[in-house]
Design a protein around this ligand. Structure first.
Ligand SMILES: O=C(O)CCC(=O)C(=O)O
Ligand SMILES: [Fe+2]
Length: 295
């Protein structure tokens, strides 16, 4: 099996050598999870009360923070508690930005920051449709937020205070996922994409790339035989560790764990060192089509 994890030496975020930086880029762009076992976001004493399922609003899956307008969603906390939650999320966004700036300086000027997410619910007990079931192996693709070919780079940190790991499955390389499932994908229909946008079901026009990524996401999650039989690694991400991964490329699933922070970034394929390994270029080669309107 390919090794889905690249574990970094015991280091803190500011002292990365140029060798470290090259290895980090190579691992990430090859679809590996980059694990920093001793790099952690620290929860301040006055923030400790946030590590409770009560932080989450009734039907919300995550607490979400938008760095653009400093707004929180997914929590009913008010006044001082809400201010502390907002500050906590903003601090994590800064932690993730600093880490990426130090470890992946090549990406820095090309990155767009996305949502910050805090996940205070135990993932094991979640009951959902297969599509929303992140305990099934998948590559990330968003239903209502098209990326138009941008990469999805995510920084995770397990902040569980009770020594509980975040347990993931990591599956086969993107190339194998695409070879296996692209032949059963429905073709892209631009009229349907326009309609979805017109009806405000997508925030912008769903590109052919977004369509095929969603198809892969859905078809692989739906295939129970595949889920049960494909070669995969079960991995425990310990509390106070950080991991970085292109989640549009690395096949992953979350099995259990509680209290996770996550920061999303978007990166154009042109900013990669090895664009040919990106899902966009792989799918374009396989379909022999240009899958975004820009390129
Ligand atoms: O919550 C997790 O551990 C990961 C869920 C997931 O699939 C993701 O964030 O892309
Ligand atoms: Fe995911």
């Amino acid at each position: 099996m390919h090794n889905p994890i690249y574990q970094f030496q015991d280091k803190y975020d500011t002292k990365f050598s140029s060798d470290d930086k090259n290895q980090a880029i190579h691992a990430l762009e090859s679809g590996q999870v980059l694990l920093l076992p001793h790099c952690a976001f620290s929860v301040a004493q006055n923030e400790a009360f946030l590590l409770s399922p009560n932080t989450l609003a009734k039907n919300a899956k995550n607490v979400s923070y938008n760095t653009m307008n400093q707004k929180i969603s997914g929590s009913d906390y008010q006044t001082e508690q809400r201010d502390i939650l907002t500050h906590f999320m903003a601090r994590y966004a800064k932690y993730a930005q600093d880490l990426i700036g130090n470890l992946l300086p090549h990406y820095k000027q090309h990155l767009t920051i996305g949502r910050t997410s805090f996940r205070p619910a135990e993932v094991k007990n979640r009951k959902t449709s297969y599509r929303k079931d992140d305990s099934r192996l998948h590559v990330d693709a968003f239903v209502s937020t098209p990326v138009q070919g941008l990469r999805i780079l995510r920084v995770f940190c397990n902040i569980n205070p009770e020594h509980m790991p975040r347990v993931w499955h990591l599956g086969e390389p993107f190339n194998d996922v695409a070879k296996r499932f692209l032949p059963s994908a429905q073709s892209y229909c631009s009229a349907k994409a326009k309609l979805l946008h017109k009806c405000k079901l997508t925030k912008s026009l769903r590109s052919a790339y977004d369509h095929y990524m969603l198809q892969l996401h859905d078809i692989m999650k739906k295939d129970t035989h595949y889920q049960n039989t494909v070669e995969k690694l079960r991995f425990e991400f310990q509390p106070n560790s950080t991991w970085i991964v292109f989640t549009d490329q690395a096949s992953h699933a979350a099995l259990s764990g509680q209290y996770l922070l996550e920061q999303t970034f978007y990166l154009p394929v042109e900013a990669l060192q090895m664009p040919e390994k990106s899902p966009l270029r792989i799918l374009e080669t396989m379909t022999n089509m240009c899958l975004t309107t820009k390129a």
